[in-house]
Ligand binder design. Structure first.
Ligand SMILES: *[C@@H]1O[C@H](CO)[C@@H](O)[C@H](O)[C@H]1NC(C)=O
Ligand SMILES: *[C@@H]1O[C@H](CO)[C@@H](O)[C@H](O)[C@H]1NC(C)=O
Ligand SMILES: *[C@@H]1O[C@H](CO)[C@@H](O)[C@H](O)[C@H]1NC(C)=O
Ligand SMILES: *[C@@H]1O[C@H](CO)[C@@H](O)[C@H](O)[C@H]1NC(C)=O
Ligand SMILES: *[C@@H]1O[C@H](CO)[C@@H](O)[C@H](O)[C@H]1NC(C)=O
Ligand SMILES: *[C@@H]1O[C@H](CO)[C@@H](O)[C@H](O)[C@H]1NC(C)=O
Ligand SMILES: *[C@@H]1O[C@H](CO)[C@@H](O)[C@H](O)[C@H]1NC(C)=O
Ligand SMILES: *[C@@H]1O[C@H](CO)[C@@H](O)[C@H](O)[C@H]1NC(C)=O
Ligand SMILES: *[C@@H]1O[C@H](CO)[C@@H](O)[C@H](O)[C@H]1NC(C)=O
Ligand SMILES: *[C@@H]1O[C@H](CO)[C@@H](O)[C@H](O)[C@H]1NC(C)=O
Ligand SMILES: *[C@@H]1O[C@H](CO)[C@@H](O)[C@H](O)[C@H]1NC(C)=O
Ligand SMILES: *[C@@H]1O[C@H](CO)[C@@H](O)[C@H](O)[C@H]1NC(C)=O
Length: 833
């Protein structure tokens, strides 16, 4: 009996590995489901048709949700049916259809009124979207009779996967590629098809599968046939394949002496390559190009314009209906820091403004949401309002490159909404970013969105169960940017975790607080994510921003901080916006606090609208953000028993990790600016940690002091490491704390290259033991040395301690990981430090 129960619960748990994401089709009990039709009619019997797939999906979904196996028939019987098909097929079969006029490209009509459920798509993929919509309603218990048309806001709804042919993924945090391995497309495309299914359910219609830093060898005939197999694998889900190109491929792969986009042999070469690709993939979506970016060659290398380059490919794909997505991420990465007027944020407008109107009509300029690079807060890129005669798309990131790399919870829909809803007031008329990219504002033929997603082979797709709300929300907002962040989130929660009110409320609260919390503890007031910008973009390293050519500057010195982007005294970036917005950002009084340091260079003592000084706001915000991150753990723990064990444990692990790393962020940033400005924290917290015992102040045996770089990534700048790679070290300290119950926190560093073991004792009695094995449990890439990325905390709760007890930690190194330790904290109830 007992073992049977264990088996059963194990198999239930194993099913919740995340693979089905929001398409779990978990059973729903609801007596109102009785009126369900008794068969499914899919108006296309070709197995590769999205309509056929829609029939299969309806059958599978209804089986899961309601436990009923509906036959897929050809409608010969008299019973009520769920009918799914294209407009044409529907009209052919059932006669004229009165909603036909309302359907736009990719749009569908869903009606559950009357005897039948009718799902009619303007095209094949649209019929599949409608089927997923119906299943989403069923799965959420939304059973009222409805009849509505849903049309997309914009035609381009793509994802970009930065996958390399060797299977690695740039800024990917969920294991290796599902598309490539060993230089070619993988043989087994099961995961690619499963991914297409997920994407179709959120109405994504294009995947660029390879990295924008593209390998030219992907254009070989062998690899083109690989792309062809990939395209075949995703086509039944109505998704088209796109390919990222390497500008220099004519030279680097084709053997030509030049890649000059106006050279006839180069044009012939690209045209031939394009013809070869379309021969194999007649519906190829188009190309994505990163050129003259971050040191790479491009048209400018040959004194040609960026438009000369873009139009070359545009002409090649034009006969096939293809699109060229040309990235606006063009900037000089060797900017002279000593020139006050230099500004990377000006790059996009500087490079593209004079080209407006020069691009072919199947070119779309793909613009990152802000002028720099996916920072925790940026104003919208001014390029959106600059290009009036050019189609544009917004580039977002589902992959959390600068936002915790899926090891911190950050629900991104609110960030994206701020950008999409931002009114740029072009010509003093309403000009929301969402209406510019959907071509409603400037009346362009194309437009839409692209998100960098970077799914990997991990069954959770993104490396984190909770991060999947971002992928879901991206699709929803690409279809309808007026969607509400909370409503979208709660649809996702119901489909992913079920209907329990407490589950919905708790995950909603955690998610909605997550971006503000991350902003608070990473980089606030528009100063950007204060991470290691020349490295992995993960942990704190504010010093890395300045004094280099990359232009993600903060211009922090002893007295002042912030980028002066004014026209009157700075880089002039504010002046790139239309007049009403330019004026708002030019003037410090009308610049919102959350973008103050983006646009203005001020004293640390400058008073915000809150009447706090900038420096005190830094201190307070970092404390507040880190504290919020602690509450996520408690919130998640309150769901124990309401969520399957597998996902409960995985998420709990991440939330505990995040809570610890948020403190690392808080202390590093606060120490850095305190050290620089020497202005003390009014609340006396910064640099003052009465609950801590520094490892370097304990009695060390087989351990030695280690000065951490950057210095602020260690409490009191110093950590300890074992003196030998193969012998355990020991630290001891007599504790001088009032007897009582404490949470014992240990801050250590978890490096790549070893899984050290630590054991902590009180008076020789084991309190706990752990390993430095984050490489097996976290998604971001670990570093080799103690730093802001590798700093980690483990907490042992409710430890009884008496005055004078001896604490001992034994650290056993492993490989090149020397069991590093920073400090311990004895925290009375309710204290986090
Ligand atoms: C059925 O689907 C196939 C594959 O997508 C398509 O080529 C064909 O046109 C469709 N037939 C009808 C009648 O829609
Ligand atoms: C389904 O029925 C329609 C109309 O009766 C017919 O034209 C079509 O060939 C049938 N399809 C199949 C797969 O039986
Ligand atoms: C069952 O369906 C009805 C009608 O749509 C709805 O009001 C009710 O909330 C649903 N109950 C559950 C448990 O989903
Ligand atoms: C076009 O490309 C194919 C495949 O790489 C190659 O075999 C062929 O020689 C090329 N044709 C021209 C005219 O370059
Ligand atoms: C581009 O123009 C510059 C300045 O006119 C010139 O020095 C350079 O040689 C040119 N480069 C090419 C590739 O034509
Ligand atoms: C104006 O710019 C100079 C650098 O050219 C800078 O040193 C100064 O602080 C700026 N003034 C203000 C008020 O921001
Ligand atoms: C900083 O404060 C000093 C002295 O109060 C003032 O002269 C200076 O203009 C301020 N600098 C900025 C950038 O506001
Ligand atoms: C702002 O704070 C300062 C320092 O505490 C105080 O002197 C001043 O009166 C405050 N100003 C307002 C408007 O509250
Ligand atoms: C222990 O802590 C108390 C109170 O903080 C302090 O007065 C005393 O000097 C400490 N004793 C030792 C041995 O550090
Ligand atoms: C812990 O064990 C060591 C070695 O067995 C012994 O010397 C030491 O006194 C013990 N410490 C305490 C606090 O019991
Ligand atoms: C997924 O990633 C987690 C760590 O983030 C790891 O523990 C787990 O084993 C991975 N699972 C698969 C199937 O790759
Ligand atoms: C010991 O660790 C250090 C770095 O901590 C490393 O440089 C060295 O190669 C390691 N030695 C061995 C034998 O692993």
């Amino acid at each position: 009996m007992h073992s049977l129960f264990v088996l059963l619960s194990l198999s239930l748990a194993a099913a919740e590995d995340g693979l089905n994401a929001w398409l779990r089709y978990a059973p729903v009990q609801n007596s109102s489901y009785r009126s369900l039709p008794s068969s499914i009619i899919a108006l296309n019997a070709t197995k590769t048709s999205p309509v056929y797939v829609a029939g299969q999906e309806l059958q599978k979904g209804i089986k899961g949700i309601l436990g009923k196996q509906l036959p897929i028939t050809n409608g010969t019987g008299r019973d009520s049916s769920i009918i799914v098909g294209t407009l044409d097929a529907y009209e052919k079969r059932f006669g004229e259809f009165d909603k036909a006029e309302d359907l736009e490209e990719d749009g569908f009509w869903l009606s559950t009124e009357g005897r039948d459920v009718r799902i009619v798509g303007q095209n094949e993929r649209a019929a599949l979207y409608g089927a997923f919509e119906y299943l989403s309603r069923l799965g959420q218990g939304k059973l009222s009779a409805v009849s509505y048309v849903s049309n997309p806001h914009a035609p381009i709804r793509w994802v970009n996967e930065w996958n390399n042919p060797d299977g690695s993924i740039e800024r990917g945090y969920a294991g290796p590629s599902i598309f490539f391995k060993n230089g070619a497309v993988v043989d087994d495309l099961t995961r690619a098809t499963e991914y297409a299914r997920l994407l179709a359910s959120i109405r994504i219609n294009g995947i660029v599968v390879n990295n924008v830093n593209a390998d030219p060898h992907l254009l070989s005939p062998y690899n083109i046939s690989g792309f062809g197999r990939l395209a075949d694998a995703i086509r039944p889900y109505g998704i088209q394949l796109g390919i990222a190109l390497n500008f220099a491929a004519p030279e680097r792969y084709g053997g030509l002496p030049t890649s000059d986009p106006l050279n006839p042999s180069v044009i012939t070469w690209w045209t031939n390559v394009t013809n070869q690709i379309y021969k194999r993939i007649p519906d190829m979506a188009g190309y994505l190009i990163k050129a003259n970016s971050e040191g790479q060659p491009g048209p400018l290398t040959y004194n040609r314009t960026l438009a000369d380059g873009a139009n070359l490919w545009a002409k090649a794909v034009k006969p096939y209906g293809g699109t060229v997505m040309f990235r606006a991420f063009v900037y000089d990465n060797h900017l002279d820091y000593t020139n006050w007027k230099n500004d990377r944020a000006n790059g996009a407008v500087d490079y593209f403004k004079h080209l407006d109107g020069k691009f072919d009509d199947n070119v779309v300029i793909q613009i990152k949401y802000g002028p720099i690079d996916f920072q925790v807060r940026e104003p919208p890129s001014p390029l959106f309002s600059t290009l009036r005669k050019t189609s544009t798309a917004i580039e977002l990131q589902v992959t959390q490159e600068y936002l915790g790399q899926q090891d911190h919870l950050v629900y991104l829909a609110p960030l994206w909404k701020e950008i999409l809803e931002f009114d740029l007031r072009a010509d003093d008329r309403p000009s929301k970013v969402k209406d510019i990219i959907s071509s409603q504002r400037f009346n362009r033929p194309l437009g839409g969105s692209a998100a960098v997603v970077n799914v990997g082979t991990n069954t959770t797709w993104l490396g984190s169960h909770l991060a999947m709300s971002n992928l879901y929300a991206y699709g929803r907002l690409a279809w309808d940017p007026s969607g509400d962040s909370v409503e979208i989130l709660q649809d996702w929660i119901r489909l992913t975790f079920g209907f329990d009110r407490k589950v919905i409320d708790t995950i909603t609260e955690m998610s909605m607080k997550s971006w503000p919390a991350y902003e608070n503890y990473s980089g606030n007031l528009g100063i950007q994510t204060l991470t290691d910008i020349t490295g992995n973009h993960y942990g704190p390293n504010p010093a890395s921003q300045d004094n280099n050519g990359w232009g993600q500057w903060t211009r922090a010195d002893k007295k002042t901080i912030g980028m002066d982007r004014t026209v009157k005294n700075g880089t002039g970036n504010a002046g790139q916006y239309p007049p009403a917005i330019a004026q708002r950002f030019e003037n410090i009084e009308t610049t919102p606090d959350n973008l103050l340091l983006w646009f203005h260079h001020v004293n640390y003592t400058h008073r915000l609208k809150s009447n706090k000084t900038v420096i005190q706001h830094f201190y307070d915000a970092h404390y507040e953000g880190a504290e919020t991150a602690q509450t996520f753990v408690k919130m998640w723990e309150s769901l124990k028993g309401k969520i399957d064990t597998e996902r409960y444990n995985r998420v709990l692990f991440k939330q505990i990790y995040q809570a610890g790393h948020a403190l690392v962020w808080r202390d590093a940033i606060n120490q850095f600016y305190y050290n620089l400005s020497e202005i003390p924290d009014e609340a006396k917290r910064v640099g003052n940690h009465p609950y801590r015992v520094e490892a370097e102040s304990m009695t060390l045996t087989g351990y030695k002091k280690y000065l951490v770089t950057p210095f602020h990534a260690a409490s009191k700048y110093t950590a300890i490491i074992t003196t030998s790679n193969n012998t355990a070290g020991t630290v001891t300290a007599k504790l001088n704390f009032t007897s009582g119950t404490y949470d014992l926190a240990v801050n250590y560093y978890d490096l790549i290259g070893g899984r050290s073991k630590w054991e902590v004792f009180l008076n020789n009695r084991t309190v706990g033991t752990w390993r430095g094995d984050s490489e097996d449990k976290l998604g971001h890439a670990l570093t080799l040395l103690p730093d802001g990325h590798s700093a980690t905390r483990i907490t042992f709760k409710g430890v009884n301690i008496a005055q004078g007890d001896t604490l001992k930690i034994v650290g056993t190194p492993d490989g090149i990981e020397p069991a590093p330790l920073d400090y311990i904290s004895l925290l009375p109830p309710g204290i986090v430090d």
